[in-house]
Design a protein around this ligand. Structure first.
Ligand SMILES: O=C(O)CCC(=O)C(=O)O
Ligand SMILES: [Fe+2]
Length: 291
């Protein structure tokens, strides 16, 4: 008699779930879906704002980034509607609690539309913490990540594949087929996951495009995957809320992140926090408007 294998399912939470509900699933499974969490108008605005860049983006050139997948970054600079998702109070509270044991703050790490086109194959399964090439000990959680469904995610169109519980596995354990589940979800839902859980984009066997928005946060002492200071330089960040600028990294923590404006001697202060750029814009800073 063969022993039936059971595919572990992702927990699905209602939109009014609490930070504790999300944390419980994240600690147990490494990932969780919150159904219909975003306002449909916000999702529609993000798609409209990002469409020109998505349409202009050619596919990638390897099985990790995909051949028929458009990957488009600088989402905060290009879509003001996306700010609401990055600053969502419940998710930020959860992120603070999840990453809090490892740092005294966190920062935006990656903003990316992943638009998986018809005929795309499976992305390689991976842990997102691999961006630091496994130099960070596994006892440290590195990322608190979200993938927002901008379109419906189905098994056929490339819903993100996730291996529940794999955030606790040793580095060399490979998932068996029955251990891989699909984060099927309706547009406006969000997959929340740890940088330690094994996952990857799915195969798109349909004629439609599967569009997701990746917003990832990391510990404030790790290098960001997407350079937020170049994606959102001061002349763009000056139009953001102070909360969003802080999330991008425009704030010094303890002795990290201060700077000296590259002005002639006597102009500008030394060793200041990036916030001072926006509090008292120095007219000679390129592109910044004075108060
Ligand atoms: O788009 C997806 O479903 C997942 C993408 C992903 O995991 C990645 O690019 O790191
Ligand atoms: Fe990933």
């Amino acid at each position: 008699m063969s022993i039936p294998t059971i595919t572990p399912q992702l927990k699905r939470l209602a939109p009014d779930c609490s930070s504790d509900d999300v944390l419980e699933s994240l600690h147990r499974d490494g990932a969780v879906v919150i159904e219909q969490y975003a306002d449909p108008a916000t999702i529609s605005s993000i798609r409209t704002e990002m469409r020109p860049w998505v349409e202009a983006c050619p596919g990638g050139g390897n099985p990790f980034v995909g051949f028929k997948t458009a990957r488009v970054g600088a989402v905060m600079a290009r879509s003001s509607a996306s700010h609401q998702l990055a600053l969502d109070p419940m998710l930020n509270e959860t992120c603070g609690a999840f990453l809090g044991p490892y740092a005294d703050g966190y920062q935006l790490h990656l903003t990316q539309i992943t638009n998986i086109g018809p005929g795309e194959g499976e992305q390689l399964l991976h842990r997102d913490r691999g961006v630091w090439n496994n130099h960070v000990p596994r006892a440290i959680e590195t990322q608190f990540s979200t993938i927002w469904a901008l379109t419906d995610f189905t098994r056929g169109n490339g819903a993100t594949r996730v291996v529940p519980g794999s955030h606790l596995w040793d580095d060399d354990r490979e998932p068996l087929p029955h251990e891989i589940t699909f984060s099927e979800m309706e547009a406006t839902s969000v997959l929340v996951y740890s940088g330690s859980v094994i996952h990857g984009g799915g195969r798109n066997e349909t004629e439609e495009h599967r569009e997701g928005l990746l917003l990832h946060n990391t510990l404030n002492w790790l290098r960001q995957e997407e350079n937020q200071y170049l994606a959102c330089p001061p002349h763009i960040a000056q139009h953001f809320s102070p909360e969003l600028r802080e999330l991008l990294g425009y704030k010094a923590y303890f002795s990290m992140g201060f700077f000296s404006p590259p002005f002639p001697p006597g102009e500008g202060s030394e060793l200041v926090s990036p916030e001072t750029l926006f509090r008292h814009p120095t007219p000679s800073w390129p592109g910044l408007e004075a108060d």
